[in-house]
Design a protein around this ligand. Sequence first.
Ligand code: FAD
Length: 478
Amino acid sequence: MTVTLKALDSGTKTIPDDTLDALRGAVRGAVLLKGDAGYDTARTIWNGMIDRHPGLVIRALGTSDIQTAVNFARDNGVLMAVRAGGHQIAGHAVADGAVMLDLSQMRSVHVDPVGRRARVGAGCLLSDVDKETQAHALAVPVGVNSTTGIAGLTLGGGFGWITRKHGMTIDNLVSAEVVTADGNIRTASADQNPDLFWAIRGGGGNFGVVSSFDYALHPIGPQVMSGLIVHPIDQAKTLLRDFRQICADAPDELTVWAVMRKAPPLPFLPAQWHGKEVLIFAACYAGDMAAGEKAMVGLRALGDPIADVISPHPYTGWQAAFDLLVPGARNYWKSHDFTELSDTAIGVILDGIDTLPDPQSEIFIAHVGGAMARVAGNATAFPQRNAHFTMNVHTRWEDAKKDSACIGWARDLFDKVAPYATGSVYVNFMPEDESGRLGGAYGDNLPRLSRIKAKYDPGNLFRVNHNIPTQVAAQAAE
Ligand code: FAD
């Protein structure tokens, strides 16, 4: 049976039987077509708005399968999308009619507890990495939802509960194995292909397919002082101002995020609060338990909370505290960075909570900085080192009939908050329609990224992503 795939530039390409047979014979994993077992699982990703049908799926089991897939896509001139954890809001993991390179089976983690290093397969979820590293009471800073893929998170930057203490995920990346568009397997590190190493630390999947990542690890846990404090929303104006001050004074070990939404039916919340608007402080102390208890005294003394469940929690459990954002719902995000949260910005954000379009929609304000801010903006491709807060307007709903109301709410709030924000954005929080916001994502690093793109992927084989153009390089060179 032949298969028709989307061509790289335009039109389609029909792949003959014998080419398909040769591909099947070459990969250790599987080649799946529509109707095959596993095809729908591979194409289904976290954001339920994305419902696309790849022309074929190559389910890789190792680096050689990745190499075969890259060579196949390039030699046949067909479009290729790369899927790891499948969590990206923009849905670049899957494209209609394309070859989908599915890395989700590559979930090995090897920890060297003496050298404090972990080698992590590109299909790992954050939970895989946390479980294996925590077996040695070690961790690498990652995100706050344990079902997220480590690969997409790392390639965009990566931050979470221990970033202020130990840096971003990319700041702990020691090396990576990358299959580039020419099919070569390269090591990217400070010593080998340093330009590629610089670019993959924030530049996304533009430069090749990473098969494994080597990370530096830090002692953490196995328990961390952490938890939630839930307040009625009517106290939020004052509380967010206090939050701003607590964040300004916080030691690197302390991270506090603010989440505003309708209260989910959490077991520790009295039933009368379920579905009511609340402000939730989520806090974690990356260090000694007694010091953590002390560091949280100010936060815990604020206002008159409905619930306070700050206590020692297993690190792996705390890392999964936001897993209630399960896959399948429809999602749309808009994001801003702030160096400071002005009173006016707080007012505008709170006005947005008055008009939440769905009980699952929320606004969160992540507290960043600390070690992350002590790395120069041009040391890695990720440039936004001076942000102190990152806000995500996170619309989430189930019914497709609510699409325009929910997306409209996020865009409207985003526009109203824009005058108080820096204009920059974390690439991993950009929805698909924000591909024109590359300047916000990369700032002054964009021309260098373009030059490196032109070197490693001159034909733009890796284009199903927030695509870095090679043309900027040409302009910059003139
Ligand atoms: P995928 O959708 O599988 O991949 C995204 C894209 O990355 C791919 O389309 C491809 O272009 C590229 N890619 C993936 N793997 C490779 C590879 N091996 N080689 C080359 N290119 C590749 N981010 C944070 O930093 N901190 C957080 O706390 C955080 N929380 C989140 C919570 C939720 C619920 C969600 C949905 C996302 C969160 N994110 C967070 C954002 C997250 O970092 C991105 O969604 C990221 O893209 C997820 O990676 P993935 O591997 O799951 O994605």
